[in-house]
Design a protein around this ligand. Sequence first.
Ligand code: AVI
Length: 335
Amino acid sequence: MLIQLETEHFNIEYLQPLETTKEVNHSLGQDIKEGLNQGIKKIPSKYFYDDQGSQLFEQICELSEYYPTRTEASILRQYADEIAEITGICELIELGSGSSTKTRLLLDAYNQQNEVFKYMPIDVSAGILKESAIQLKQDYNSLQIQGLVGTYDQALTQLKPTSWPARMIFFLGSSIGNFSESDYDNFLKKIAQVLENGDYFLLGIDLQKPKSILEAAYNDSQGVTAAFNLNMLTHLNHKFEGDFDINYFKHQAIYNEKNNQIEMYLLSEKEQEISIKNLDLVVNLEKGEKILTEISRKFDVEETKQKLESQQLKPVKVFTDENNWFALMLCQAVK
Ligand code: AVI
């Protein structure tokens, strides 16, 4: 059944759950069980994002040490018009739209070009989607908004054909850096599948740079990233009746230069036994043992071009900032 919330200004649709074992297992927290039962313990990074975690992430984006958000915004400020000129009129689809703040830079460019245009924000949070749709509608009169509530997987399998001349799917913020290599490949495969020949894909990627800059970005001096990391445990306590005591865990973020990735851990400060009642799980941690909570991969432009090309996504133009810290890759589907 399709649940729709329609107003005269915008429309928000809830996507159907996918009946895959993966998704069902994840909704029951089986992914936590699997992660904590491994040799090197892990908790999937999606558990950062309860309301508190989402707010902390917004605060991270404002930090002086956390350069990705403002660098990507500066690239969009400089090149959004050129992107809109290259793609021409198209339906804009954003994966993980959040508050759509940076998106406004793109919307401004498309607004100037077209009388009417369409934006489809996709996010797991219906609240954020609705709030930002209300704001956007006030500022962009001729914008058609159709929000989709759901995950990337749901959105990419349930997108309907469009009546617009073309589409551009965009995925900003280097969120792709949080995917494992195989999830990265599968994601690009799905993007290529849903795009028609000639449609566009705009991808934001954080680039490789000196360790000192990267480690500062993930170990900020105000401790916001530490609070974000620790909040994952509080989230699990609420969601699954866990008994993590965050006073006995410490945030750690290191840059693994071999794999070109930041690795974020929660370090157990003592030997302890954790119980997560609703998952029927007891976890024993040694003093100093680490739980991996996130990887944030840092990319190389040439390698990324090759990867995109191998998935039938032909790079059209790469936009970067003056330091080459971040890039927006504009690609076109070739079928
Ligand atoms: C959402 N994602 C792209 C952020 C990143 O930089 O990998 C998440 C984050 N983790 C710590 N700080 C920011």
